[in-house]
Design a protein around this ligand. Sequence first.
Ligand code: PLP
Length: 217
Amino acid sequence: MYEELLKKLQPRGVRLVVVSKTHPPERILELYRCGQRDFGENRVQELVQKASLLPNDIRWHLIGHLQTNKVRHVIPFVYMIHSVDSLRLMLEIEKHARSTGRIVDCLLQFHIAQEATKYGLTEQEAHDLLQSAEYAGLKHVRLCGVMGMATFTDDVDQIRAEFRHLRRIFEQLKEQYFAQAPYFRELSMGMSSDWSIAVEEGSTIVRIGSLIFGERN
Ligand SMILES: *Cc1c(COP(=O)(O)O)cnc(C)c1O
């Protein structure tokens, strides 16, 4: 499945982040040996543990909710944080990135699904954040785009509408705040069940786990 996925994603320039949560380092290494370098984890402790055991040219993506008190553990090595959903979190990332001497690539996570439990910003919250004086002062957080998860449903039209909504948000933010920022270009959307719809709607990064590794326990 991995090779088939690459064949569909690579010609369209879509980056595959293999979501390795719950799977042991040996499974990650198998894909590493096939050339895969982007891996995603959703829990800080598991991410830190695996990163310490695996080759250091792996690009680690943090895709799950990040608590401010755990930020310092990931800042030294994380490649991209997909789940930034508050100014408070950004300020914490800034603090540790500054002291580590890094600029950390981040995505703003939006709430686009109908489910009430998912994390993420509303559009209004994002505008408030991006217009704040605190945000203007950040020098070690680099916003590279947006991330979102569609509702878990069989309704393809609903999924498509939610991805379209995220893309509209992305384009609007790009125009209003990032017109001079070529690095603001990532649309992280699409998982095992809905990645092909996401790619049709303009995704630049898909985050896929179970389709590659099988169902998680
Ligand atoms: C687990 C997870 C994925 C991957 O889910 P699969 O259905 O296994 O592909 C993608 N994004 C996030 C944020 C996740 O937590």
